[in-house]
Design a protein around this ligand. Structure first.
Ligand code: C2E
Ligand code: CA
Ligand code: CA
Ligand code: CA
Length: 278
């Protein structure tokens, strides 16, 4: 019936308009967010074997705005990426994470890697390598404690990506492939890129035990990492049975709510191994 169709069309149209309005509002606030110091980082620990072996910490961006409240990265990263704002925001995140990691080391906590996410636009931005070098120099964090997380999609311009990664790795920075298994790129980049770790995407971890094919994908990623001499870590580990499956299949690095949620820097210090404290 024409009337119903009209109503549905209106609803779809209306919800698109609403989304566009929300995005525009987010965008206009995003321009001022850095100057207004509205960003902060939360930190999620990564463990080897069990929760007494902290091996790394992932820094995750958070945005709190007085009109919008707490906005999740899934809502603002895309807009930041489209507007190019991700470049200065991402630079802020890398600097903040490196400063924090150095501060922990200076306080005497055993040194661990700090991981920071890079988006496509940041990765292909001309100044990336110099910017990272500058931040390391400025903060005094030894390069081997910084890990940058990139995604398979960034292999799209293979030659340029190889050059960028070679220069980053020349600084001593580590590279991890985030969300591994979800991209569409060919795997040939795995032999050209100087990467050190694959991070199994949490969508596969969520479905452990749900179907055989999913479990097979996980064990295949683990043996791929093994044969390429790469580290492998699972993200989004939420349950004991997921952990058990990963352990039995040779993945012994984990990140997820089962161990700890992302938290404020003050809260993370309880996860450093007290036996190694000096
Ligand atoms: P990601 O890099 O894949 O980060 C993992 C996401 O999973 C985080 O969401 C984290 O809070 C969440 N998570 C951790 N453990 C669990 C778990 O056990 N179960 C489930 N269901 N989720 C878990 P978050 O913090 O909302 O970040 C979303 C995405 O935003 C990140 O995905 C990353 O792509 C992007 N992002 C975050 N911080 C930055 C940043 O500083 N720069 C850039 N460029 N992107 C960032
Ligand atoms: Ca990540
Ligand atoms: Ca991920
Ligand atoms: Ca993701």
């Amino acid at each position: 019936h024409a009337k119903n169709l009209g109503k549905n069309t209106w609803q779809v149209y209306n919800s698109q308009v609403q989304k566009r309005k929300t995005d525009l509002k987010t965008e206009s606030h995003l321009y001022k967010a850095l100057a207004n110091r509205e960003f902060f980082l939360v930190y999620q620990p990564q463990f080897e074997k069990d929760s007494s072996h902290l091996i790394g910490i992932e820094a995750l961006l958070r945005w709190r705005n007085k009109d919008l409240g707490l906005v999740s990265p899934s809502e603002f990263i895309t807009i930041a990426e489209e507007t190019g704002l991700i470049v200065p925001i991402g630079e802020w995140a890398i600097r903040e994470a490196c400063q924090q990691a150095k501060a922990w080391q200076d306080e005497g906590y055993p040194p661990v890697k700090i991981s920071v996410n890079l988006s496509m636009r940041q990765f292909y931005h001309n100044d990336l390598v110099e910017m990272v070098a500058q931040i390391l120099q400025e903060t005094g964090l030894p390069a081997k404690y910084l890990e940058l997380e990139i995604t398979e999609s960034m292999a799209i311009h293979a030659e340029e990506a190889t050059d960028i990664l070679n220069r980053l790795s020349g600084l001593g920075v580590k590279i991890s492939i985030d969300d591994f298994g979800t991209g569409y790129s060919s795997l040939s980049y795995l032999k050209r890129f100087p990467i050190h770790q694959l991070k199994i995407d949490k969508s596969f971890i969520k479905d452990i035990g749900v179907d055989r094919e999913n479990n097979d994908i996980i064990t295949t990623i683990i043996s791929l990492a093994d044969s390429l001499n790469l580290e492998v870590i699972a993200e989004g580990v939420e349950t004991a049975s997921q952990l058990d499956f990963l352990r039995r299949n040779g993945c012994d690095k984990y990140q997820g709510y089962y161990f700890a949620k992302p938290m404020k820097p003050e809260q993370i210090v309880s996860h450093f191994n007290p036996k190694l404290f000096h």
